[in-house]
Design a protein around this ligand. Structure first.
Ligand code: ATP
Ligand code: MG
Length: 571
């Protein structure tokens, strides 16, 4: 792995240089592109962007920024049957949200259909392309294998004039779908299968999201991509490793058509994350099959899902910087992504108290009509965030989990006869437990408080079992809270044997909804997109499902940081 940058306190690399920079630096030294650095991010609008795309976005836009160059956004829309305007819009929103700007450089491969057609005609005239009448199956058979050379198509030696005529008639719609293709004439015995006369145009009657029914022939990606790059003046065409074997074809197209200087394709390893499936095909299947609520379900690894969950663009950019770029595929621990998020939110998230699973507590010796207000820091990491008032009264809620009638050995919270601290308020001691006569469930605790412990401390310095969060029952507001876990149960769901579908690994407990949570009063007036730390529970963001008087929160991430712990253990 090319990772030479400075290591942060957890051992992750920040702001390092990488092998792509090395290539660019050499080009600048040799003046290959007149000192320019011009990259592009080329999504296919056939789905929503995911965290893997974020890596590519940060790399392409980030590299351009580092070199004071430019980065284009280009929709690679050469496959009309799978592409939709909804995807185009979501992709633009996601790139912007991540903090990048293509300014006036928004392009579509479909803008170049005319040029691409003209270049194909040029190839035919050069004797470098021919119309082939083999069916898709036959083309495959003739292609040969890794160990056997291919066989020339019987149509390979067609005359230029005949090819020109047939190609024009393909365009005019004279032939049925799939009946003919235009193929580059390269080398049927090349060890690289991509060079065995690849198809560069196919006949397909499908309405395109931008060009409608203007075209019934469509260029193939491997042909359209290099030319689109060249037409936009791209210098470094950064893509993922699976295109490495396509690079000779990329170069062949540009060299044959005499583009000079020609853009340079550089491949890097795609991002893969533990507990995550990342291919758009699988994500689409999760959406269509109703396994999740939509592309922006907070359990999805899509940018829109992460945004809804409460991820910040800062955290995602930090993550992309820390994982670096390498030439070898590897799987990144999802706890690093969560760690980056915690680091960001810890500095910025206002603190609040909310009880997810409330248990009623009556303070027997507290005056029934008294309400006291306690000062609480909005963020101990940031003094400028100020303080807020929290009301305290006779009837409170604490977390059910913070009480045990028969406490196990390692339980350091409230139990009969035990004393705990209520954060920012008083010490309380449990004196009795009231159960529901029918169900036997614990309904209410009776406690006493120590007036001397106001603010959460006493002068005798006595120790209490622990500190709990709480809310005043009559001042609290009702909240809906959604807790999430990994959508998939297996660390490497992609590793499963072929006969096991990743959908069988879907975690049945990946979403837990709590509808009767109680929060301190200010949580009643939150705006969509706001985020908080709920004491002891994690970071939460306001979900778009919230309505007036009905706040709804997603747990973005819990407080427990396995990544930081792992790093400490290794240090
Ligand atoms: P998928 O395989 O999920 O369908 P894709 O590669 O077909 O993804 P594109 O829309 O073509 O999706 O991707 C746009 C750009 O993002 C490409 O340059 C691609 O290489 C890059 N990219 C896609 N997935 C990842 C990933 N997991 N990590 C890094 N870059 C990625
Ligand atoms: Mg692709």
């Amino acid at each position: 792995m090319e990772k030479e940058g400075m290591k942060d306190k957890y051992g992750a690399v920040k702001g390092g240089t990488n092998f792509i920079h090395a290539v660019i630096n050499e080009d600048i030294e040799k003046n290959t592109y007149g000192g320019m650095v011009h990259t592009r991010f080329p999504p296919e609008p056939n789905g929503y962007l995911h965290i893997g795309h974020a890596k590519s976005i940060c790399l392409n836009f980030g590299t351009a920024l580092q070199y004071k160059g430019l980065c284009n956004l280009r929709f690679d829309d050469t496959n009309p049957s799978k592409e939709e305007t909804e995807y185009v819009e979501s992709i633009m929103q996601d790139v912007k949200w991540l903090g990048f700007n293509w300014e006036d450089r928004l392009f579509y491969a479909s803008d170049y259909y005319g040029n691409l057609y003209d270049y194909a005609v040029e190839l035919i005239k050069m004797g470098k392309a021919y119309v082939c009448d083999l069916t898709a199956d036959e083309v495959r058979k003739y292609r040969g294998t890794l160990t056997e050379p291919g066989i020339n198509s019987p149509y390979r030696e067609r005359k230029v004039s005949e090819n020109l005529d047939l190609f024009e008639r393909m365009k005019k719609g004279e032939f049925p779908d799939g009946s003919r293709t235009l193929r580059a004439k390269i080398d049927m015995s090349s060890p690289n299968l991509n060079l065995r006369d690849p198809v560069i145009y196919r006949i397909l009657r499908s309405t395109h999201h931008r060009t409608g029914d203007t075209w019934c022939i469509y260029p193939m990606y491997d042909y359209a991509h290099p030319i689109s790059d060249a037409l936009e003046g791209i210098t470094h065409s950064i893509c993922t490793l699976e295109f490495e074997d396509h690079r000779p074809l990329y170069d062949w197209v540009l060299t044959t058509l005499k583009f000079n200087p020609r853009p340079k394709q550089i491949e890097f390893a795609r991002l893969d994350l533990t507990f995550t499936v990342m291919s758009k095909r699988k994500l689409l299947e999760l959406v269509r099959g109703g396994y999740v609520r939509g592309w922006d379900d907070p359990r999805m690894p899509t940018i829109s899902g992460l945004r809804r969950r409460g991820y910040t663009p800062e955290a995602i950019r930090d993550f992309c910087e820390r994982i670096g770029v390498a030439k070898a595929n590897s799987v990144v621990d999802i706890s690093l992504l969560e760690h980056c998020l915690r680091e960001d939110l810890n500095m910025r998230a206002p603190r609040r108290m909310a009880v997810l699973d409330p248990l009623r507590v009556v303070i027997d010796n507290y005056p029934p009509d008294l309400v006291e207000e306690f000062d609480a820091d909005n963020n101990p990491e940031d003094e400028s965030a100020g303080k807020r008032k929290i009301p305290f009264s006779k009837i409170l809620y604490i977390e059910k989990d913070d009480f045990r009638e028969v406490p196990p050995k390692d339980f350091f919270r409230l139990a009969p006869g035990r004393e705990i601290r209520l954060k920012h308020a008083y010490y309380i001691k449990c004196v009795s437990v009231i159960r529901n006569k029918k169900t036997g469930e614990i309904e209410e605790l009776h406690c006493t408080y120590d007036p001397e412990s106001k603010g959460g401390w006493t002068s005798d310095g006595r120790k209490v079992m622990g500190t709990s969060h709480w809310v005043s029952a009559r001042h609290s507001v009702k909240l809906e809270v959604r807790l999430y876990d990994h959508l998939l149960l297996r660390e490497n769901p992609g590793d499963e044997k072929e006969d096991r579908d990743y959908k069988e690994l879907i975690n049945p407990d990946s979403l837990k909804v709590f509808k009767e949570c109680r929060g301190e009063p200010s949580l009643g007036e939150v705006k969509k997109g706001e985020f908080f730390q709920f004491l002891r529970q994690g970071y939460f963001s306001v979900d778009p499902d919230s309505a007036e008087g009905k706040p709804c929160f997603n747990r973005t991430v819990s407080l427990n940081d396995p990544w930081a712990k792992k790093q400490k253990r290794q240090a």
